[in-house]
Design a protein around this ligand. Structure first.
Ligand SMILES: Cc1cc2nc3c(=O)[nH]c(=O)nc-3n(C[C@H](O)[C@H](O)[C@H](O)COP(=O)(O)OP(=O)(O)OC[C@H]3O[C@@H](n4cnc5c(N)ncnc54)[C@H](O)[C@@H]3O)c2cc1C
Length: 231
């Protein structure tokens, strides 16, 4: 749909991981807003100041939606989000963006940090219906404290045989028994057989996107099968 300006009310605002908040909004503007999972809204911070935030919930939850935001010290947008209280009225513009799955091929999603937000929306949507092809989610964080929605994805993996979730922690943690390293390690370890006929959705910091894209292309994955969103 064409982007429009709309008003919301804050329903809930809480920390779900270290330095990361999930904020739930309800759209109170009369116009019907629709979006595709993977898209983002622009938060209107003040006159002429906007910040883009990926929608972290499925469109089936409308008129409610959530965002997953890293709170940055001194950040205009994230500082505004940090201060939001239940009942506050907040303005947005949107939806925007083309980050979404383009086919019914199997999917590998690779995310770092709050790049998990659009993946959460896409996974929520895909698991509301019957999953046709395998979905693999590779999520990279510094340590487990930063792993937003970790339990949500662990539960999806238990519930859906076609959904697989791998958390990668880049800093050594004594108690942690899972994958250690960066998400690029996962790509390096894959055979071409595992990666073929697959669509790749990459979201997170620009350095991870650049490196992952290069590794995938070196393995013979064509550009049109790599869809990216860099924050
Ligand atoms: C399409 C799109 C979707 C996005 N979706 C999300 C999302 O779902 N969740 C989310 O958290 N962010 C998302 N972002 C990033 C978001 O738009 C802001 O850039 C981010 O919140 C920082 O804005 P700010 O106003 O808080 O900080 P600013 O006021 O812009 O910057 C304050 C200071 O923080 C520094 N800074 C900026 N970003 C970071 C960072 N990531 N880490 C450390 N320091 C930083 C700046 O260099 C500056 O010094 C998205 C960006 C794009 C383009």
């Amino acid at each position: 749909m064409k982007p429009i300006k709309f008003t919301t009310k804050v329903i809930n605002n809480e920390y779900i991981a270290k330095e990361t908040r999930e904020i739930k909004f309800e759209i109170i503007t009369k116009n019907e807003i629709i979006f595709s999972e993977g898209q983002f809204f622009n938060l209107i911070v003040e006159d002429k100041i906007m910040r883009a935030y990926s929608i972290a919930s499925s469109s089936s939850k409308l008129p409610k939606f959530s965002l997953c935001v890293k709170i940055i010290k001194g950040g205009k947008g994230s500082g505004y989000i940090d201060s939001m209280k239940k009942g506050d009225e907040v303005l947005f513009m949107g939806p925007f963006g083309h980050f979404s799955k383009k086919s019914d091929k199997k999917i590998v999603m690779i995310a770092t940090g709050t790049g998990i937000a659009p993946m959460k929306a896409i996974c929520e949507r895909l698991t509301e219906e019957e999953i046709k092809n395998n979905i693999t989610l590779i999520f990279g964080v510094q340590n487990t404290e930063y792993a937003s929605y970790n339990n949500y994805f662990i539960n999806l993996e238990k519930k859906f045989s076609k959904f697989s979730y791998k958390l990668f922690v880049s800093r050594f943690e004594k108690e942690y028994k899972g994958n250690v390293g960066r998400v690029t390690k996962w790509i390096e370890e894959q055979s071409l057989e595992n990666l073929k006929d697959t669509e790749f959705l990459l979201c997170g910091n620009p350095a991870m996107i650049k490196e992952s894209k290069e590794l995938l292309q070196n393995k013979g994955i064509t550009k049109n099968n790599i869809i990216i969103e860099a924050y």
